[in-house]
Ligand binder design. Structure first.
Ligand code: AMP
Ligand code: MG
Length: 412
């Protein structure tokens, strides 16, 4: 049985990220969550022009360097410059222009005196204190120059990046297409949430949880639905998934039971099985395979059917794999945090144990609290409202309350 670390190395190394230009499409300023496929270079200087950072008066520093409330400097106001207006005059010695935040600096002026340091009298103003040279002037190109790179490739577009694109007048951009993730649930006992529950049946919750996670990651779920434990049906469903998706997630049918056909079908369809089991709890039966299809490698994750096992293996392996596949250059790896456990955490000896619960910040320190109601991999009910998985290493029987523990933050 593979260790979690070895399984992770195998999986992450087999992920071939989407490529430029064949996997790209045109994005725009609503492409939130998309991954940028080409770098953005500024065509403009930022700021575009020397402009004022304050409401006040545009002055020549040399005119006002001695100004004080006892000996104010009186200047003549020759122009009023609101934002968006092109100044007409050149400020001469003894002159000033009334100016507002964001407005273009007039020629001749090099400094802005804030309004609070002045006293106006019709077309004259008294400067009551000496500013610093060039104070409150935002100089053209002082943030960025035309030709500089504003955004690198491989980053996820969130609100700040979208603001940058808008400001740089880049309304059309190249982004990676969304990864397509096929999701199928296997099991004769499964019904949909709308079907009446008959004895022995179980509602398929994995399909919905996995689709939600895939969507949250900015990928596109292709929901195949419930497949009975019959070889032909499963073969057809997996073959269709490989043909239509980049990544396939099945849940169930990977244990050692009589009706667990997933591995057989993968082999039948010429998939290469890299992982048959992982030394982790929950999640031991995780199966991982690749299929060669159209010069691409389709990733196949056979997740265990137990709802908690399916989600824990998703968070630990599938989530980073989707993030890497989607073209994200950095930060796709699982993120662990050091926390203090508020209760004793019990390990499963030979398997790396994942305990679900809640991470919270208390006086600047992360605290981890185990979800109440027991840690059964079939009990998805207490998975609600959890946001983290504490990791108990192999060989460690327990981590006592008050001690440090490594915690995986999860999207939920
Ligand atoms: P399996 O991995 O197929 O042996 O399933 C393990 C357990 O998970 C069984 O109790 C199944 O009924 C349950 N299970 C399998 N698939 C799902 C699913 N899609 N949604 C909820 N429970 C499931
Ligand atoms: Mg099953």
């Amino acid at each position: 049985m593979l260790s979690v670390k070895d399984a992770q190395t195998i999986i992450f190394n087999l992920v071939q990220p989407l490529q430029h230009p064949q996997d790209t499409q045109v994005g725009d300023l609503s492409s939130i969550n998309s991954i940028l496929a080409t770098p953005i270079t500024s065509q403009l200087d930022f700021p575009h022009w020397d402009n004022s950072a304050m409401d006040g008066y545009a002055v020549r520093y040399a005119d006002v360097e001695t100004a004080s409330s006892e000996q104010p400097v009186i200047l003549e106001i020759v122009e009023e410059i609101p934002a968006g207006y092109q100044p007409q005059s050149t400020i001469q010695s003894g002159q000033t222009a009334r100016i507002f935040t964001g407005a273009v600096m007039p020629k001749g002026a090099d400094t802005v005196v804030m309004q609070e340091e002045t006293r106006r009298d019709n077309n004259h103003v008294a400067i009551l204190s000496a500013p610093k040279p060039q104070e409150f002037v935002r100089h053209q190109a002082s943030y960025y120059q035309a030709g500089n790179q504003l955004l690198p490739t491989g980053i996820r577009l969130n609100a700040p990046e979208i603001a940058v694109l808008a400001a740089a007048q880049c309304p059309k951009i190249s982004v990676y297409r969304k990864p397509k993730v096929a999701i199928l649930s296997t099991g004769n006992e499964l019904i949909t949430p709308n079907q009446p529950l008959k004895p022995g049946q179980i509602v398929d919750s994995n399909q919905y949880a996995l689709a939600a996670l895939v969507r949250q990651m900015g990928a596109e779920p292709l929901v195949i639905g419930i497949i009975p434990d019959e070889k032909e049906a499963l073969q057809q469903a997996i073959a269709d998934s490989i043909a239509n998706a980049d990544i396939v997630l099945s849940s169930g049918g990977v244990s050692v039971g009589e009706y667990d056909y997933v591995e057989q079908i993968i082999t039948l369809l010429k998939g290469k099985i890299h992982i048959r089991a992982v030394a982790m709890k929950p999640g031991k039966p995780l199966t991982f395979a690749t299929f060669a299809h159209d010069k691409r490698s389709i990733l196949y994750f056979g997740l265990p059917g137990n709802p908690v096992s399916a989600l824990v293996t998703f968070w630990r392996f599938v989530q980073p794999a989707i993030a890497k596949f989607s073209g994200l250059a950095d930060g796709w790896q699982p993120q662990f945090i050091n926390a203090i456990t508020t209760q004793e955490l019990r390990g499963a000896g030979k398997r790396e144990t994942y305990v679900w619960g809640k991470l919270s910040l208390v006086d600047g320190l992360y605290h981890f609290q185990v979800a109440g109601g027991g840690q059964s991999s079939g009990n998805l009910i207490n998975l609600a409202q959890t946001n983290a998985l504490a990791v108990i290493p192999v060989g460690e029987k327990a981590i006592a309350a008050g001690n440090g523990v490594k915690v995986l933050k999860i999207i939920s």
